[in-house]
Design a protein around this ligand. Structure first.
Ligand SMILES: [Zn+2]
Length: 302
């Protein structure tokens, strides 16, 4: 019995030290969390501060977020002001010096990708712009997922050099999966290439860039603002004159204006997830694009 207890306690110590050695990562979005999990495997414990069903522009700083940030070895954010409305308050309250800007525990993904829609003149949030540092929705291009995975692998390796090779190998495997699936997604999305779509928010420009279609206008006149009756009428005219192929809207928004436009014009509407967890069954980053393609197909667009 004593011997059994001895082995039991050894096992417990081993399990406890393995847990202690894991890198604790918090991300601002579920998509980044999924990529951290793919790259970090069992060497990391990762939590997202927001859920995929909510709008990352307009999250509320909550006590649970402050606790998560306090415990973290590494914070992975999208950056480009996506989280400007709430993350600074979380960081200030969490008082964790390791994850502040400039520290190894602070990874701003926007510094690694080619951002679209970089502003050319002065912009302020008061003008309704929430993309003052270029468009931050870059995770919606699978090729950027590969860039993100490499950035995460390199930062995890710096924080936890013992497992550097594991992170590098996992990022490579992740990139291979994306490359392979990208070919299939491109083939499936080919009918939409060269066509025009309408979206709710300026959030699908990277998806459009990845698959060769263009976004002709947005349904919201300003971020977070629903269109007026006059604006809806003008949108109907635009959809008809521009020969728009599809209306794509993420499930976190009010779908009624998009449904109205689809009914008025006969242009199909697809509700596409913008993040891991935005719809039931969208459980990881690769699955996000599988589902986007599936929803566009289901709507009869491709
Ligand atoms: Zn946005």
């Amino acid at each position: 019995m004593k011997r059994f207890l001895f082995f039991l306690s050894l096992a417990w110590i081993a399990a406890a030290s393995a847990a202690a050695a894991q890198v604790r990562v918090v991300t601002t979005t579920t998509d980044s969390a999924s990529i951290v999990q793919a790259v970090g495997g069992s060497e990391v414990v990762v939590e997202s501060l927001t859920r995929g069903s909510s709008d990352p522009h307009f999250a509320q700083a909550k006590p649970s977020m402050i606790r998560q940030a306090y415990d973290a070895d590494l914070l992975v954010l999208i950056g480009a002001d996506l989280e400007i409305g709430w993350l600074p308050a979380v960081l200030q309250s969490a008082r964790n010096p390791d994850i502040l800007p400039g520290q190894p525990g602070h990874l701003d993904l926007s510094t690694f990708v080619r951002r679209l829609e970089m502003p050319t003149g002065p912009v302020t949030r008061a003008m309704g712009h929430v993309h003052a540092k270029g468009n931050p929705h870059f995770w919606l291009d699978p090729r950027n997922g590969v860039v993100i995975a490499r950035a995460i692998a390199s930062r995890l390796a710096a924080i936890d050099p013992e497992h550097a090779e594991t992170y590098k190998a996992n990022a490579k495997a992740f990139a291979a999966t994306i490359d392979e699936r990208m070919a299939a997604w491109r083939e499936a999305m080919a009918p939409l290439a060269g066509r025009k779509v309408v979206t709710k928010h300026k959030s699908l420009v990277y998806l459009a860039d990845a698959f060769g279609f263009s976004v002709v206008t947005e349904i919201e006149p300003m971020p977070g603002v629903e269109p007026s009756a006059a604006q809806l009428k003008s949108l109907v005219a635009t959809i008809e004159s521009e020969n728009v192929a599809a209306i794509l809207v993420e499930p976190l928004y009010d779908l009624r204006p998009a449904e109205f436009l689809s009914q008025e014009t006969g242009v199909p509407l697809a509700v596409v997830p913008q993040s891991v967890g935005a719809l039931d069954g969208v459980d990881d980053y690769v699955g996000l694009f599988e589902r986007i393609v599936a929803e566009i197909r289901k709507a009869g667009i491709i």
